[in-house]
Every structure is written in C-alpha cells, then in structure tokens.
Ligand binder design. Structure first.
Ligand SMILES: Cc1ncc(C[n+]2csc(CCOP(=O)(O)OP(=O)(O)O)c2C)c(N)n1
Ligand SMILES: [Mg+2]
Length: 306
C-alpha cells in the first residue's frame, strides 16, 4: 500500500524480501481494475492510446500500490518519491493508478473514466501540470523525462547530500529511446553515479508505426545501458514477484543508476489487442470496448476466486 507521509525512515528494500501470495493476488486484482478503468476512459474519450497503458498496468500498480513513498492526500509532501512519466502518451495508466490510489477524491476513478481528454479536464490527453498539479512534470514530447528526473536527483544531492532518502523514477518507452537526449542523460547519470535514479523502460517492442526492431533497432539494449555505466535488470513486466525482485536489487545498488527493462505485452489483458502496434494510438470503439471489458471482468472474477 502507499506509504504514508508519517513514515520517516529511508525507504530501502532488501533484495531478498519476497511478496506474499496474498500481496501478489491483491496487486493482480488492482491491475485488473486499472485496466478496466483505462478501457472505460478510452471508449468514453473516443481517442487516446491503448497498447502502452494496458501493457504497463502491472508495473504502475506495483509502484502506486506497493513501492512508491507517496501520500495521495498530500501530493506535495516534500519527502515523496518523484515519478516522471517521460512517455506521456501512456498517461491513462498513470491517471488510473493515481485515481485508484485516491489522488482525486472518492469519486476520482469516475472522474477519470468520464472526463479523459475532455475540454478543461484535469485528465488531459498528455499530462499537463497546469491542469493537474499532482504531476511532477508535463510530458508528451518524447525524450525529456530522463534528463528531468536526473536534474531532480542532482538537485537533491546538492540539497541533501548522498543520504538517498528519496527515489527518482523515470518511466520510458522503448521507441522513445530513439530520442538522442535520453543518451545524454544516460551518460551524465552514469558519470555522476546517481544511485537513487531508477528508470523503467516499457520494452513492448512496438512504437507508433511498427515494431521497434524494424524501425530503429535497439538491441543489444542491455549492453547499451551497461556501456553507459548503468546497472541493468531485465524483468517480466507482468510478474509482480520479478518486478519486486528487480526493484529490491536496484535499491541496493548505490553507485550506479539502474534501468529496469520491463518486457511487456502491448495491450496486455485483452488478447484481441495484444502485440499489435496498430493499438499504439487508437482507442477501442464501443463494441471493442464492450468485448474488452467482458474479458477483463471475467478475469476479475477468476482473480477473486483464486
Ligand atoms: C519528440 C516527439 N516525437 C514524436 C512524437 C510522436 N510519438 C508519440 S508516441 C511515439 C512512439 C513512441 O514509441 P514507444 O515509446 O515505444 O511507445 P509505445 O508505442 O510502446 O506506447 C511517437 C513517435 C512525440 N510524442 N514526441
Ligand atoms: Mg514501445
């Protein structure tokens, strides 16, 4: 569960702590609820991105419901972890996670599903701090978030020394890595040994108009980050135990930034949409949405009985 602002100790996980079966089941249920909210919101909006948000629902659920030190009722809490969403187009998963965590009041989930991308809504099509002050950054133009998260971590080092009380998270897309600015940030973070910076890349193998390896090959991706002096961990982005292990490992690596390469299935949870880059930037229509909700709700029932 989200850590309260009353907690004062530093948030260091040991690599050998495990999630219990109950915790995993509860995270799986929450991720399923978040996927349902994403589909409802996209259908209502009639525009937006499907593949990335569904694919990253497990990682975001893990962060918002297990890992992040944050307080949804006090989003400005100075001691909070900072999460920068660099691939701003996947914001439905960020908004849904925040809404379910309680950032927008008791009817926050409904507000999100009814007003995504609506004129004047806090839930803009790309995250905008002017509309939603609880965000760390505005995003949408790809390639800026890693520099921003790094800048925050460097500022924290100047302010607080190397006490590593806070963690700086940066969410990236794999196609987003085509942007050169990522590699400038990677170089500096490696040089400065920013051990409290953890980037998570959504390695879903798709980007806007095709498969990453056809458009701009990224492999060998791990080797690239290692060459920039990062600690690299590959995980199954739908396996909570694996994500937990990786985060625990990242948090005991003090002298290198960590990148977690989260292997995900784009549109995970709705088999008809899965692994198809065509779902990068389109929403389900009403019929497709109804079918997707049926699949997810059936899964929800199964998870409850498990
Ligand atoms: C600077 C910039 N160039 C182009 C775009 C348009 N754009 C939005 S998402 C996207 C593809 C990004 O690929 P990836 O990060 O893998 O996202 P996924 O398709 O997996 O959701 C592009 C090119 C943008 N938002 N910003
Ligand atoms: Mg991608």
């Amino acid at each position: 569960m989200p850590t309260s602002s009353k907690t004062t100790e530093t948030s260091v996980h040991l690599a050998d702590t495990h999630l219990t079966d109950k915790e995993i089941q509860s995270l799986a249920q929450k991720a399923n609820e978040i996927r349902i909210s994403i589909i409802e919101a996209l259908v209502e909006a009639g525009s937006g991105h499907t593949a990335g948000p569904l694919g990253m629902a497990d990682v975001f659920t893990y962060l918002y419901f297990h890992e992040l030190r944050h307080d949804p009722k006090n989003p400005d809490w100075p001691e909070r972890d900072r999460l920068v969403l660099s691939n701003g187009h996947i914001c439905p998963v960020l908004y849904a996670s925040m809404a379910h965590a309680g950032y927008f009041g008791t009817d926050g989930v409904e507000k999100f599903t009814k007003s995504l991308r609506k004129y004047g809504s806090i839930f803009q099509g790309h995250p905008h701090r002017e509309y939603m002050p609880a965000l760390e950054t505005s995003s949408g133009p790809l390639g800026s978030g890693l520099s921003q998260a790094l800048g925050m971590a460097l500022a924290e080092r100047i302010d607080a020394g190397r006490s590593y009380k806070k963690w700086f998270w940066c969410m990236l897309g794999d196609g987003e890595l085509n942007e050169g600015n990522n590699w400038e940030a990677a170089m500096l973070a490696g040089k400065e040994k920013i051990g409290n910076l953890i980037a998570i890349v959504d390695r879903n193998n798709i980007q806007i108009d095709g498969f990453t390896e056809d458009i701009m090959p990224l492999e060998p991706l791990s080797d690239k980050w290692q060459a920039f002096n990062w600690h690299v961990i590959e995980v199954n982005g739908h396996d909570f135990a694996d994500i937990h292990r990786a985060v625990g490992e990242a948090k005991v690596e003090f002298d290198k930034p960590t990148i977690i390469i989260a292997n995900t299935i784009p549109s995970k949870g709705v088999p008809d949409f899965e692994r198809k880059y065509e779902w990068h930037g389109k929403p389900p229509n009403k019929e497709e949405g109804a079918m997707a909700l049926k699949v997810l709700m059936e899964l929800g029932q199964k998870l409850k009985r498990a």
